[in-house]
Structures are given as structure tokens and as C-alpha cells.
Design a protein around this ligand. Structure first.
Ligand SMILES: NC(=O)c1ccc[n+]([C@@H]2O[C@H](COP(=O)([O-])OP(=O)(O)OC[C@H]3O[C@@H](n4cnc5c(N)ncnc54)[C@H](OP(=O)(O)O)[C@@H]3O)[C@@H](O)[C@H]2O)c1
Length: 309
């Protein structure tokens, strides 16, 4: 990965940070993102120290907002001529329904519309970096739902984990559709499940869902719940999750491989039947284009259209 420019979203903590640190160790020029400057700078310092690679950079953006996504893409393009690897890792799981500044349900906005919009905005940079890779961090949780509920895409009837699962299904529909649309270009698009790892994502959900006003009680509850779960279930470790991401982002075995899904053991596997539904993928693409104001011109259904989004 020496000298490769790698942008990884949601990388001031959790799986993203661990992946960024490993890619920096491999010599990559890694750009991490998060919302909070002090958390971001602490993560950056840790990544530089751990990897011994001082080139890592931080870019700040709230990626639940489309303005944030556009600003991130703009500042990336202003600083870099090309992008070799884009890892769409950022994701959230919320205990309650929120709307973003754009009036969009937050899980849909962060987990699906952000990677959709960011990827399309960065396509010129990915084309300049070709052969380049797009890696979408989905989840085995996509199997919890049978379809995208287009009748309630804004999740008015909010069921936290199912809403999350639906966005992870959306990651796969987007991956396969984009791979088809980029056919003939030297940009690959793949998705993966990183494993089940204890990160802030679960804690946030637990706090918001059960103890919205009692953070301290929530911490104690989470600790007890985690201890109990550990008696019956083995979490994957962060390093293994990072390796799963790195395999899809960097392995030479996957040169030219596109439109595939990998598990956390670095195996190419089938995703759910629903994820291969072409009609749903096309409909999702159309709705996502309408919600973001981007998409149709970036990649034509029949293949490359060089006009900018
Ligand atoms: N953990 C698991 O067991 C698991 C399983 C399957 C799939 N996944 C997937 O793996 C990915 C990473 O999950 P994780 O568990 O590592 O999550 P995490 O620990 O909660 O980390 C999330 C990262 O995203 C950033 N972030 C959150 N909201 C943001 C926003 N609105 N704008 C910009 N950045 C934001 C956070 O940074 P700041 O807070 O500093 O902004 C942090 O760096 C997600 O796509 C998730 O769906 C996780």
C-alpha cells in the first residue's frame, strides 16, 4: 500500500480507526475522518505513533449532513489529485428516530446516503487513481430484513435495529449496482461484513434506547450486559475486523474483482437473496439520487458517463 491514498470514513474510533492504523503501517497515505476535532486529533496521534507513519491526515465532517459530505469531497479533491482506495466505513445505530439537518432519518442519511453521495462525488478522483477500489462496510445484519421498505424509507415507524439492518442491505444493493455501472472502468466496488465487535456503536444504541438521560446507569448496564453476553458469545476482536477490511481494500488476490461480498474470514460469500434484487437496486439508486441531488449523471446505467455529477 506504499504511497496509496486511502480515505476511510468514520475512523476516529472503532473498526475504522483500527483499519486506518494497519493501513498506515503498510505505508498507505491514510486520511481519517470524524466529527470531533479533539477525538480526531487523539486518534490521528495514536495512528501515527502506532504505525510509525507520520503521513496520516485528519479531515472533519458531520457525514449525516449532505453539506458535510460535499465539503469533505470538495476538500479532498482540492488537496489530492487522485484517490486509490475509498473505504465507506462510517455508520450508526440509533435507539431513537432522529432527523438530520436535511430532514432525513439519521440512519438512512449516515449509513446509506453518505456512502452513495461521497462515492459519486469522488468518482473523478477514483478514476484518476485507477486501478482503484471502493470498499463498503456492510454487515451480516443485512439478513435481518427481506427488503427495503420503500413505503417508509424515512422510517417514520422506527424500529432501531431493523432500520440499521435495512441500511446495511442498502449498502449491498448500492455495491452491486455501482459495480455494474462501473463495468469497463478500472474501479472495483466490494462490500464486507467485518465481524461482531464491541465498539461505541452498540453502546450508543443501548444508551439512547434504554437510558437516554442516565449515562452513568447506562455504562454500568452496558458493562454487565457485555459481561453476560461474553459468557455465551465470543465477540470478534478489532484487529480481525480491521484485517477483513484490509483484505478487501488491499489484497492483490482481489485485483479486478468487483461486485462481491466478503465475510470477516476473508471469504467471498453470498449475501442475502434480497441484496441481489436488481429492481430494488435501481429503485434505491433513483430515490438516493433524488434525495441527494446526485447520481444519474455520475455513472450512466449502461456504463461510464464522464460528465461530473
Ligand atoms: N461493531 C460491529 O459489531 C459491526 C458489525 C457489523 C458492521 N459494522 C459496521 O462497521 C462500521 C464501523 O462501525 P463501528 O462499530 O466501528 O462504529 P463506531 O465505533 O461507533 O465508530 C463510528 C465512527 O464513525 C464516526 N461517526 C459517527 N457518526 C458520524 C457522523 N454523523 N459524521 C461523521 N462521522 C461519524 C465516529 O467518529 P466521531 O464520533 O469522532 O465523529 C467514529 O469514528 C459501520 O458501518 C457498522 O455498520 C460494525
Amino acid at each position: 500500500m506504499s504511497g496509496k491514498i486511502i480515505l476511510i470514513t468514520g475512523s476516529t474510533g472503532g473498526i475504522g480507526k483500527a483499519t486506518a492504523a494497519e493501513l498506515a503501517k503498510l505505508g498507505g497515505y491514510v486520511i481519517i475522518t470524524g466529527r470531533d476535532r479533539s477525538r480526531g486529533e487523539a486518534a490521528l496521534a495514536e495512528i501515527r505513533r502506532e504505525s510509525g507513519n507520520d503521513s496520516a491526515q485528519l479531515m472533519l465532517a458531520d457525514l449525516s449532513s449532505q453539506k458535510g459530505v460535499r465539503e469533505l469531497a470538495d476538500s479532498f479533491i482540492a488537496r489530492h489529485k487522485r484517490l486509490d482506495v475509498l473505504i465507506n466505513n462510517v455508520g450508526g445505530l440509533y435507539g431513537n428516530r432522529y432527523e438530520t439537518v436535511d430532514g432525513i432519518e439519521a440512519t438512512l442519511a449516515l449509513n446509506h446516503l453518505c456512502p452513495f453521495l461521497l462515492t459519486l462525488l469522488l468518482l473523478p478522483a477514483l478514476r484518476a487513481g485507477a486501478p482503484s477500489r471502493i470498499v463498503n462496510v456492510s454487515s451480516i445484519g443485512h439478513k435481518n430484513v427481506q427488503r427495503i421498505n420503500f413505503d417508509d424509507l424515512q422510517n417514520i415507524e422506527y424500529r432501531g435495529f431493523l432500520v440499521y439492518s435495512q441500511t446495511k442491505l442498502a449498502n449491498l444493493l448500492f455495491t452491486y449496482e455501482l459495480a455494474d455501472r462501473l463495468n469497463g472502468e478500472r474501479i472495483t466496488v466490494n462490500a464486507l461484513h467485518p465481524g461482531i465487535v464491541q465498539t461505541d456503536i452498540g453502546k450508543t444504541f443501548c444508551t439512547e434506547r434504554f437510558f437516554p438521560d442516565r449515562k452513568y446507569v447506562s455504562c454500568v448496564f452496558c458493562f454487565l450486559a457485555e459481561t453476560l453476553i461474553r459468557l455465551f458469545f465470543k465477540f470478534d476482536d478489532l484487529e480481525k475486523a480491521a484485517q477483513a477490511c484490509i483484505y478487501v481494500a488491499a489484497s492483490s488476490e482481489l485485483d479486478g474483482v468487483t461486485g462481491k461480498y466478503f465475510d470477516n474470514n476473508e471469504q467471498m460469500v453470498q449475501s442475502s437473496l434480497a441484496s441481489y434484487d436488481k429492481a430494488a437496486a435501481l429503485r434505491l439508486w433513483q430515490v438516493s439520487s433524488e434525495l441527494t441531488g446526485c447520481g444519474e449523471a455520475a455513472v450512466a446505467a449502461e456504463g461510464r458517463d464522464p460528465s461530473p455529477p
